[in-house]
Unconditional design. Structure first.
Length: 226
């Protein structure tokens, strides 16, 4: 598990009960909640004052307008080092894509298991790995600078990509990795976006062409955390 004990977060959600629920999840990661609010304006003040590492926000509004997304984009523009996770009631693909386009590092639907949010937080602060077109797994070196031609994949995303290329289903992946199918889908969505592919077949083909498959089928260790 990543050591996130020194990280601090600001939470924003129109429903106070969700603020309390998210705080409980973050305490297990652990990430300290520096402030929480039901208002975007108040959240902006808290972020400016407290300089947290993470904001977890519900940006869907009752009017279904773009106010929440605009707020998120503006906050991230003012605080470039801030990471954002959207935790939303909406599972509409358009809302997911819009949140990611606004700068969110992850998108978790509220009907997901609480562990999925914990996984998203850990993934958000993991170092990324960048792959060149001809790179093999043994040649890959960590990097912190984005490269337009090199899709960034976290260690977990790399693992799932390999397993997808081996032909495992989402249900099988969930059992093997001890996570929910929603978590698997979350990772696959990020993989497709980063590789600019549309489905698992194209992702598997990308893995094959880039030498990411092991000589023997990959088998995650039993009980491995997400």
């Amino acid at each position: 598990m990543s050591d996130l004990g020194h990280r601090r977060a600001v939470l924003v959600d129109p429903h106070p009960l969700w603020l309390d629920a998210v705080e409980e999840v973050l305490a297990r990661v652990p990430v300290a909640v520096a402030g929480k609010t039901t208002s975007f304006d108040e959240a902006s003040h808290l972020i400016e004052e407290l300089q947290p590492d993470l904001v977890v926000a519900e940006i869907a509004t009752p009017e279904h307008d773009s106010h929440g997304r605009s707020w998120l984009a503006a906050v991230l523009q003012r605080s470039p080092s801030l990471k954002a996770i959207v935790l939303s009631i909406s599972d509409d693909p358009g809302d997911v894509n819009a949140a990611l386009a606004a700068g969110a590092a992850a998108y978790v639907v509220k009907k997901a298991h609480p562990d999925d949010l914990a996984v998203a937080v850990r993934q958000t602060f993991e170092s990324s790995i960048y792959f060149g077109a001809s790179a093999s797994t043994k040649d890959v070196a960590p990097s912190h600078e984005p490269q337009l031609d090199h899709p960034e994949l976290t260690r977990r995303e790399l693992e799932i990509l390999r397993l997808v290329a081996e032909g495992f289903s989402n249900a099988e992946l969930a059992k093997m990795l001890w996570v929910t199918e929603q978590t698997v889908k979350f990772h696959l969505s990020n993989i497709y976006r980063k590789l600019n592919v549309s489905n698992r077949t194209e992702a598997g083909r990308w893995a094959q062409l880039n030498g990411l498959l092991s000589p023997e089928p990959l088998r995650p260790a039993v009980g491995q955390a997400g």
